[in-house]
Ligand binder design. Sequence first.
Ligand code: UDP
Length: 326
Amino acid sequence: MKKIVITGAAGFLGSHLAQELIDRGNKVIGIDNFSTGHEENVMELLRHENYTFLKFDVTDPMVLELDELFAIEEIFHLASPASPKFYQEAPFETIAANTIGTKNMLDLAYREKASFLYTSTSEAYGDPEIHPQPETYRGNVNTWGPRACYDESKRLGEVYCYEYFQRYQIQAKVVRLFNTYSAGLRNDDGRVISNFVTQAISGEDITVYGDGSQTRSFCYVDDMVSALLLTMKSEQATGQIINLGNPTEYTILEVANLVKRLNSSNSKITFLPLPCDDPKVRRPMIDKAKRLIKWEPKTSLEEGLQKTIASYTEKRMEVQEKVVQS
Ligand code: UDP
């Protein structure tokens, strides 16, 4: 049994990862300050004897003094707001989580001789001029815009990993996550899948920003969790940056129509202005992941959306029942 730390443990990805690690017989210490994570995402896990949750901010240097963080073997550092809506509401917190928070967790990895995985982002490529994006592409990020707090701080987090790997031989692995979604994603995070599914279920207009010709590639959470575990296990991934995501690309308008069809929804599609610096295209090259960690995603967008729609519909009915009972 390994003792494993997950930061950002109350986020949708962190909570799915924690569940999988526990199911595989590990002891998990989850850390989150609930800035964007949800208490509801850890409630189920708290019932498990091998799960410990700490409400703590990873940017606080006292994090290194926590008793629970001694004798750990692995750190998955996920903590950071990730939805444009949330990181733009909290730019300074976002910058701190990815820089100071990453440094604190690397210091922990150094002290504990622990393996370290940092979740960077496809946003490191900004509005890409090369398509699809290989890890060698250095990106096209605007430092003077609303996405910069996330994009540039994630990039600086990568730099911290590089320096700790080079200077202190930390077993650091950097993964750049492309758009990921799940059945358990909180409904108000403003990201496209949660917005479209919520809108389609409730019969509201589906809000496409711009003309919907911009593209994204969507990875279902189960595929992403298995990629994170394989990366952590792989010696070859140490000191590497690896793209993780589903390489099947859709326009946002196609996603709107797919959600509408799968949900047999009467919602209308409406068009709203495109946000500033919204990347026009995004699709990962995943040859490196295939080679180093022998991974590729298995879940199609249609299949993942069906699960997501079912889960959102169930939650909505639970809420409606509670309202009727009260
Ligand atoms: N988007 C949209 N309608 C929405 C939310 C998002 O058309 O209600 C678009 C957004 O402009 C972007 C894409 O969907 O082009 C993905 O947005 P998201 O916020 O999920 O993440 P991003 O990939 O931009 O970080």
